[in-house]
Design a protein. Sequence first.
Length: 255
Amino acid sequence: MQNTGKVTPEKVVALQALRQQLGQELGQKITSGAELLEEQEGRESRWASGREDWDKRLGGGWARGQLTELVAPEVSSGSGLVMSQLLAQARRERRYAMLLDVGQGFSLETLPADDLETLLWVGCGSAKEAIEALDVASRDENFFLFLIDLRDSDPSDWRSVRASQWYRVLGQLRQRESVAILFARQAVTSVAKQRLELKQQFSWESLEGEREVLKASVQLERSQVQLVERERGRLRGMHGMGGAHGKSDEVLAVG
């Protein structure tokens, strides 16, 4: 009989019965892959953002040992404010940060001079070059925070990055529990543990206001569409259909 890979009601019932039977016979709890992933997420280390309002939505802060995507579809959507807060927090904790800047759109004059004390800026000609640099830099235990700015890169550029290189970088981040935030105009890689989206649009006039007031206006909200996909992934894992495709990325929205 050919296995189509589809989750039918009959398969669900049969797998649930098998899971219950194994639990009774072994006297142990039977846990699906998706449930194990959720337990792992609950134990993951976090780095406080320096803002309580952000940390509440981030589950305690930015994920350590992981890659987080921050999608800013439009110009003046607040990605610079997030970057500013990240650098300020790194400087306060005397942690070294590296900015891999594709297109060299980073403006030094927009940040307080003190927040640049622990920053190493690296200008990159392409997304591929930036990820290659990250591959090397993420092995250095001296750097804790990595900011990858792909907002000015073409999608065809970062799509040329090999999946094996993304996963190698992820392994190095996990080993050192570093924090890596990737800024882009659209989703880049499924390797990202979290994906955030900046939906709010700031007017040019409002950007002249007090920086801390502007940061307070950034609201973190979960994306309902992506949460549905995450729940589907969880159910696939419970039904024995997790495999390589059963894991769904945690996706947040910054609105």
